[in-house]
Design a protein around this ligand. Structure first.
Ligand code: HEC
Length: 160
Protein backbone atom coordinates (compact mmCIF):
# COMPACT_ATOMS: atom_id res chain seq x y z
CA UNK A 1 0.00 0.00 0.00
CA UNK A 2 1.36 3.43 -0.87
CA UNK A 3 0.97 6.21 1.62
CA UNK A 4 -1.54 8.91 0.90
CA UNK A 5 -0.11 12.42 1.12
CA UNK A 6 -2.16 12.99 4.28
CA UNK A 7 -0.67 9.96 5.99
CA UNK A 8 2.92 10.93 5.25
CA UNK A 9 2.21 14.40 6.55
CA UNK A 10 1.03 12.83 9.77
CA UNK A 11 4.21 10.78 10.07
CA UNK A 12 6.25 13.90 9.56
CA UNK A 13 4.41 15.65 12.34
CA UNK A 14 4.70 12.73 14.76
CA UNK A 15 8.38 12.01 14.18
CA UNK A 16 9.79 15.15 15.85
CA UNK A 17 7.58 14.61 18.88
CA UNK A 18 8.69 11.01 19.15
CA UNK A 19 12.30 12.12 18.91
CA UNK A 20 11.84 14.74 21.61
CA UNK A 21 10.25 12.11 23.83
CA UNK A 22 13.14 9.72 23.23
CA UNK A 23 15.70 12.42 24.00
CA UNK A 24 13.94 13.36 27.25
CA UNK A 25 13.72 9.71 28.25
CA UNK A 26 17.39 9.15 27.47
CA UNK A 27 18.26 12.23 29.51
CA UNK A 28 16.26 10.93 32.45
CA UNK A 29 17.97 7.55 32.24
CA UNK A 30 21.38 9.24 32.29
CA UNK A 31 20.39 11.39 35.27
CA UNK A 32 19.19 8.27 37.08
CA UNK A 33 22.60 6.65 36.52
CA UNK A 34 24.32 9.68 38.03
CA UNK A 35 22.11 9.80 41.14
CA UNK A 36 24.26 7.30 43.04
CA UNK A 37 27.24 9.64 42.88
CA UNK A 38 25.24 12.43 44.49
CA UNK A 39 22.66 10.89 46.84
CA UNK A 40 24.36 9.31 49.90
CA UNK A 41 21.65 6.65 50.33
CA UNK A 42 22.22 5.41 46.77
CA UNK A 43 26.02 5.07 47.01
CA UNK A 44 27.51 1.67 46.23
CA UNK A 45 30.17 2.06 48.86
CA UNK A 46 32.38 -0.02 51.09
CA UNK A 47 33.41 2.09 54.08
CA UNK A 48 36.72 1.17 55.79
CA UNK A 49 36.80 -2.24 57.46
CA UNK A 50 37.45 -1.50 61.17
CA UNK A 51 37.60 -5.13 62.24
CA UNK A 52 37.48 -8.58 60.70
CA UNK A 53 35.79 -11.60 62.20
CA UNK A 54 37.84 -14.61 63.19
CA UNK A 55 35.50 -17.34 62.04
CA UNK A 56 35.48 -20.70 63.80
CA UNK A 57 35.89 -22.49 60.46
CA UNK A 58 36.34 -21.79 56.76
CA UNK A 59 32.89 -23.31 56.21
CA UNK A 60 31.23 -20.71 58.45
CA UNK A 61 33.22 -17.98 56.72
CA UNK A 62 32.05 -19.27 53.34
CA UNK A 63 28.40 -19.51 54.43
CA UNK A 64 28.56 -16.01 55.90
CA UNK A 65 30.14 -14.59 52.77
CA UNK A 66 27.65 -16.15 50.38
CA UNK A 67 24.53 -15.47 52.45
CA UNK A 68 25.00 -12.48 54.77
CA UNK A 69 28.23 -10.61 54.12
CA UNK A 70 27.00 -8.52 51.21
CA UNK A 71 24.56 -6.65 53.45
CA UNK A 72 26.12 -6.94 56.89
CA UNK A 73 29.74 -5.96 56.32
CA UNK A 74 31.79 -3.33 54.56
CA UNK A 75 33.07 -5.95 52.13
CA UNK A 76 30.04 -5.96 49.86
CA UNK A 77 30.50 -7.48 46.43
CA UNK A 78 28.26 -5.41 44.20
CA UNK A 79 26.86 -7.36 41.23
CA UNK A 80 26.82 -5.71 37.79
CA UNK A 81 23.16 -4.76 37.96
CA UNK A 82 23.77 -2.67 41.06
CA UNK A 83 25.52 -0.22 38.74
CA UNK A 84 22.34 0.13 36.69
CA UNK A 85 19.62 2.41 38.10
CA UNK A 86 16.97 1.88 39.29
CA UNK A 87 17.87 -1.74 40.20
CA UNK A 88 21.00 -0.45 41.91
CA UNK A 89 18.97 1.87 44.11
CA UNK A 90 17.27 -1.15 45.66
CA UNK A 91 20.64 -2.86 46.21
CA UNK A 92 22.12 0.26 47.84
CA UNK A 93 19.06 0.64 50.04
CA UNK A 94 19.20 -2.96 51.28
CA UNK A 95 22.95 -2.83 51.91
CA UNK A 96 22.76 0.41 53.89
CA UNK A 97 19.76 -0.74 55.90
CA UNK A 98 21.35 -4.12 56.55
CA UNK A 99 24.57 -2.49 57.77
CA UNK A 100 22.58 -0.19 60.06
CA UNK A 101 21.17 -3.26 61.82
CA UNK A 102 24.30 -5.38 61.84
CA UNK A 103 27.78 -4.71 60.48
CA UNK A 104 30.55 -7.16 61.34
CA UNK A 105 33.16 -4.79 59.87
CA UNK A 106 32.33 -2.20 62.49
CA UNK A 107 30.07 -3.30 65.37
CA UNK A 108 32.03 -4.21 68.48
CA UNK A 109 29.11 -6.29 69.75
CA UNK A 110 26.67 -8.38 67.77
CA UNK A 111 23.50 -10.06 68.96
CA UNK A 112 24.21 -13.67 68.06
CA UNK A 113 20.83 -14.81 69.39
CA UNK A 114 19.10 -12.54 66.92
CA UNK A 115 21.32 -13.70 64.07
CA UNK A 116 20.50 -17.31 64.82
CA UNK A 117 16.80 -16.55 65.08
CA UNK A 118 16.57 -14.84 61.69
CA UNK A 119 18.46 -17.70 60.03
CA UNK A 120 16.30 -20.35 61.69
CA UNK A 121 13.10 -18.59 60.76
CA UNK A 122 14.25 -18.09 57.21
CA UNK A 123 13.95 -14.30 57.52
CA UNK A 124 17.53 -13.87 56.40
CA UNK A 125 18.83 -13.78 53.76
CA UNK A 126 15.84 -11.87 52.32
CA UNK A 127 14.06 -13.47 49.40
CA UNK A 128 14.98 -10.65 47.03
CA UNK A 129 18.61 -11.63 47.65
CA UNK A 130 18.22 -15.38 47.13
CA UNK A 131 16.40 -14.79 43.84
CA UNK A 132 19.46 -12.97 42.53
CA UNK A 133 21.98 -15.17 44.42
CA UNK A 134 20.70 -18.76 44.25
CA UNK A 135 23.82 -19.90 46.18
CA UNK A 136 22.49 -18.03 49.18
CA UNK A 137 19.40 -20.22 49.46
CA UNK A 138 20.26 -22.36 52.47
CA UNK A 139 19.31 -26.01 52.84
CA UNK A 140 18.31 -27.15 56.32
CA UNK A 141 21.77 -28.64 56.79
CA UNK A 142 23.44 -25.40 55.73
CA UNK A 143 21.19 -23.40 58.04
CA UNK A 144 22.24 -25.63 60.92
CA UNK A 145 25.90 -25.33 59.95
CA UNK A 146 25.62 -21.53 59.85
CA UNK A 147 23.78 -21.42 63.19
CA UNK A 148 26.45 -23.63 64.80
CA UNK A 149 29.19 -21.57 63.21
CA UNK A 150 27.69 -18.25 64.35
CA UNK A 151 27.40 -19.59 67.87
CA UNK A 152 30.95 -20.94 67.87
CA UNK A 153 32.28 -17.66 66.48
CA UNK A 154 30.35 -15.08 68.46
CA UNK A 155 29.49 -16.96 71.67
CA UNK A 156 26.33 -18.57 72.93
CA UNK A 157 24.12 -15.47 72.98
CA UNK A 158 20.55 -15.35 74.23
CA UNK A 159 19.40 -18.28 72.14
CA UNK A 160 21.67 -20.71 74.04
C1 HEC B 1 20.00 -8.31 50.77
C2 HEC B 1 20.66 -7.88 51.95
C3 HEC B 1 20.69 -8.76 53.17
C4 HEC B 1 21.24 -10.02 53.30
C5 HEC B 1 21.90 -10.85 52.23
C6 HEC B 1 21.07 -10.38 54.68
N1 HEC B 1 20.45 -9.38 55.36
FE1 HEC B 1 20.07 -9.30 57.34
N2 HEC B 1 19.12 -7.53 57.12
C7 HEC B 1 18.98 -6.85 55.94
C8 HEC B 1 18.13 -5.68 56.15
C9 HEC B 1 17.72 -4.69 55.08
C10 HEC B 1 17.78 -5.70 57.50
C11 HEC B 1 16.91 -4.71 58.26
C12 HEC B 1 15.46 -4.83 57.89
C13 HEC B 1 14.88 -6.14 58.27
O1 HEC B 1 14.96 -6.53 59.46
O2 HEC B 1 14.32 -6.77 57.38
C14 HEC B 1 18.43 -6.85 58.09
C15 HEC B 1 18.35 -7.20 59.42
C16 HEC B 1 19.06 -8.22 60.00
C17 HEC B 1 19.13 -8.47 61.43
C18 HEC B 1 18.45 -7.65 62.49
C19 HEC B 1 17.03 -8.12 62.61
C20 HEC B 1 16.20 -7.14 63.36
O3 HEC B 1 15.02 -7.48 63.56
O4 HEC B 1 16.67 -6.07 63.67
C21 HEC B 1 19.92 -9.56 61.61
C22 HEC B 1 20.29 -10.20 62.95
C23 HEC B 1 20.32 -10.02 60.29
N3 HEC B 1 19.79 -9.20 59.34
C24 HEC B 1 21.10 -11.13 60.05
C25 HEC B 1 21.39 -11.63 58.79
C26 HEC B 1 22.05 -12.88 58.55
C27 HEC B 1 22.56 -13.81 59.63
C28 HEC B 1 22.14 -13.03 57.20
C29 HEC B 1 22.66 -14.22 56.44
C30 HEC B 1 22.04 -15.48 56.70
C31 HEC B 1 21.55 -11.85 56.59
N4 HEC B 1 21.09 -11.03 57.59
C32 HEC B 1 21.49 -11.59 55.23
C33 HEC B 1 19.56 -7.17 54.74
C34 HEC B 1 20.19 -8.37 54.46
Amino acid sequence: MTKTPAASQNTRRIAPRFLLGAVILAGLLVLMQLARFVVPGLKLDNPPVKQTVTWDSTETARLWETTCGDCHSNETVYPWYSYVAPAGWLVAHDVHEGRDHLNVSKDSRVDVGEMIEVVREGEMPPQVYTIMHPDAKLSDAEKQALVDGLRATFGTGSDG
